[in-house]
Design a binder for this molecule. Structure first.
Ligand code: RIB
Length: 339
């Protein structure tokens, strides 16, 4: 990755605890309904996994990034590892599991940009609490720890505990979400689900912004200090325990929503570590997430800091006369930023 002149010196250290997958991205006109067979247009192999995507997003946003996780010893592993190394992610604690497949994701993307993903966890399922305890120094010397739920919850909880004891900020992206999650997972500074994940965890429906506030309050009651629910093209709803605010995104032509949530999380971690200002950081991260929907695949679509800054410069909250003639026709279709 060429160095980005927009990245200032003194990059914040961000540690990512999470998954590494090879994504098999299949393009088709419409995703199949249950029981249906459809013909694909193409298939490409792209490095992905929520953890690895967030690590790359954070590097491109200007972070000094370390990764804790596992790959297997199959044919995909060298490429998965090398891609992260090429991005300057510190892979000292990206371990190799013997006699094991690397994580794999079948990512179907239809012409509207919506996707559906099936994950085979492989080596991600072998990440242990002990792996994380042995990575304690990486976490303790970071500004932010980011985690998701594609690795075992015991490992994620171990990471959260280490970070909390060391006064390191913790962000949890609760994806994939489930109805029953251990309480310790919520002992974080910020939780950032999309609308589907948020309602999976606390129930209810989320159609309107008022609904989002209700859901955010329920999530907050579980323990996180702040809740940021990504709402696709509508932006992000932030609730900090006393006030809520809808932070807008930018309109963009959507090609593929895959990893938009990862772009958001990686950018947010870096900006938050740099500024301490959650509202401004979410505004910037919204743009990163939107940009990631404009091209196909997970890691190839993650924007650089320069690209985010440039898009911010023409964004509606700077001056509406600077707004580009963007094709907004599909912006409303970006209903889930994170897959
Ligand atoms: O968030 C997108 C990612 O989810 C994909 O890269 C896929 O690997 C799954 O982990």
């Amino acid at each position: 990755m060429p160095s980005d002149p927009a990245i200032p010196p003194g990059q914040p250290i961000v540690t990512v605890l999470g998954s590494v997958n090879m994504d098999l991205v299949i393009r088709c006109q419409r995703l199949p309904a249950p029981g249906q067979t459809v013909m694909a247009r193409s298939m490409i192999e792209v490095p992905g996994g929520k953890g690895a995507n967030q690590a790359v997003a954070a590097v491109r946003s200007g972070g000094n990034v370390r990764m804790i996780g596992r790959v297997g010893d199959d044919g995909f592993a060298p490429k998965l590892m090398q891609t992260l190394i090429d991005e300057s992610v510190d892979c000292r604690r990206l371990l190799v599991s013997a006699n094991c497949e690397s994580g794999l994701a079948l990512v179907g993307v239809e012409d509207s940009g919506e996707n559906s993903i099936i994950i085979v966890p492989g080596a991600n399922a072998r990440v242990t609490a002990q792996d994380v305890l042995e990575s304690n120094e990486l976490i303790q010397t970071s500004a932010v720890l980011m985690a998701q739920l594609e690795t075992p919850t015991e490992a994620v909880i171990a990471g959260i505990r280490i970070a909390r004891q060391a006064g390191v900020k913790v962000m949890l992206d609760p994806a994939p979400a489930s109805e029953v999650l251990p309480r310790e997972l919520f002992d974080v500074d910020l939780i950032c689900p999309n609308e589907t994940e948020a309602t999976t965890i606390v129930g209810g429906t989320l159609e309107t912004i008022d609904d989002a506030v209700v859901v955010a309050k329920k999530l907050h009651a579980l323990g996180p200090r702040a809740v940021a629910i990504t709402l696709g093209a509508r932006g992000t709803l932030l609730y900090n325990g006393s006030t809520s605010e809808l932070i807008e995104s930018i309109p963009i032509k959507c090609v593929d929503t895959t990893a938009a949530g990862d772009a958001f999380a990686g950018a947010l971690a870096v900006r938050w570590a740099e500024t301490g200002d959650l509202v401004q950081s979410i505004r910037w991260a919204n743009v990163a997430g939107a940009l990631a929907t404009s091209s196909l695949g997970a890691q190839p679509s993650l924007p650089t800091r320069s690209q985010i800054d440039t898009a911010m410069g023409v964004s509606p909250w700077v001056t509406s006369s600077d707004r580009p003639e963007a094709d907004t026709t599909s912006a409303g279709g970006v209903s889930h930023r994170k897959e």
